[in-house]
Design a protein around this ligand. Sequence first.
Ligand code: UDP
Length: 482
Amino acid sequence: MESTKPHIALLASPGIGHLIPMLELAKRLVSNQTFKVTVFVVSTDHASIANTQLLQSPAAAAGSGDDGLLDVVLVPFVDVPDIVGPGDAMVEKLVATVLRSLPFIRTEISKMEIPPAALVVDLFGTEALGIADEFNMLKLVLIASNAWFIAVMLCSPDIDRKEIEEHVKNRTPLNIPGCKPLKFEDTFHVFSMDPNDPSYQGYIGTAIKMSLTDGILVNTWDELEPTSLKALRHTKKVPIYPIGPLVRSTGKSVPRNEIIDWLDKQPGESVIYVSFGSGGTLSAQHVIELAWGLELSQQRFLWVVRPPTENDAAGTFFTLGNGTYTNPDYLPDGFLARTQDRGLVVPMWAPQVQVLSHPSTGGFLTHCGWNSSMESIVHGVPMIAWPLYAEQKLNANMLTEDIGASIRVTTVESDGVVTREEIRSMVRKILVDHEGRNIRARCKELKISAAKAIAEGGSSYNSLSQIAEVCIQHLKTESSRA
Ligand code: UDP
């Protein structure tokens, strides 16, 4: 039977870091606001394995189960070699994949008896907003990052070119109206590009498209980022809806696995969890330094390790828990054997939310992807920030200087290396020293603040209700026109 609930369509661009918050938004719309939601999932080969696990039972997780309020539509895989070449940036590939998926999405929406009230896209899906125009749907963007990031993006088209040049040449901070200035050390790589570079043009184009929508949903909450949110609201460019934290829950029955079994055997808050997101890899030298740093810290660790970027490590990969310790050639000789009593090294992937919610986890060495940062905060776990790419340096700055949820690694200025001594010292600071205790206490406060924001009547809950109200009003207006 057709549902009579208002309907919203969401579009997740390729990549697990985009899919996870979109699915969480879908679940929340269904469970808090009782909407019907259709999620279009665009994927590339790379992301598909991880995605399938996530997509197994999102409806059940939303509590919507048999009501059929949450539909996930996998957009047929499209290849884009004729649009982007092997040397093109990942962003171009994502955008091109979404672009090529549009005919399918348009057809699917046209088959719906009543078009959904709104289309929500993410940062790489703004090309799809034209479909919303075609079907008189509201246009919304979900930014799976923070308000400061949005403030930088939205003001970018208006920043004087000379100011950007000063920022890049003389390393002067970039002025972001109403917000903390952006230090050169934490800046976005697009600012160093020629203004005619297609990637720079794409960035500015996306910022303009975002400001022309009916609203931006952001994975943060009022108490976490009061200054940036106030600044964004003050510009009145576009309505801002802080609806975070959007984080997966572990569910009622946590599936057992070797990692959780191992964590169960460790003392409370004693393990540093080390992971660099869904795709982050380190250089060969960094992998070596990290291994030595963990070993020298003499603390317990759980490390999601990936072969380094420059090495061809194929064939050296080890299997978890088979009792034999095969030391991959990119780890120091004998590392696994020497650390087996207090360390667990897992290849490629760990059930991160389960790990962060485990009582033995005492710290998180992270690349500061925003989903990972939110997952750590929601579970009250203090972080060591080691940002790698995208907006992660901005995130690390905010987590360390403003929010007080992390300490940040220092890289050697001349070669960008994070040394083993630095890693050793950071791990001990978080797990052993007084500094770590203060940050842990702050993270526990943030955990409570996050829970309040999404609970009924909390700021993020109310923000989502406002979006629901706007959608319902829009449907009324559309039906009175018909
Ligand atoms: N993740 C995971 N296991 C891993 C690595 C990553 O479950 O071993 C999940 C993590 O929980 C987070 C997402 O993948 O939800 C990564 O998103 P994030 O924004 O932190 O970083 P990105 O991968 O986009 O750089």
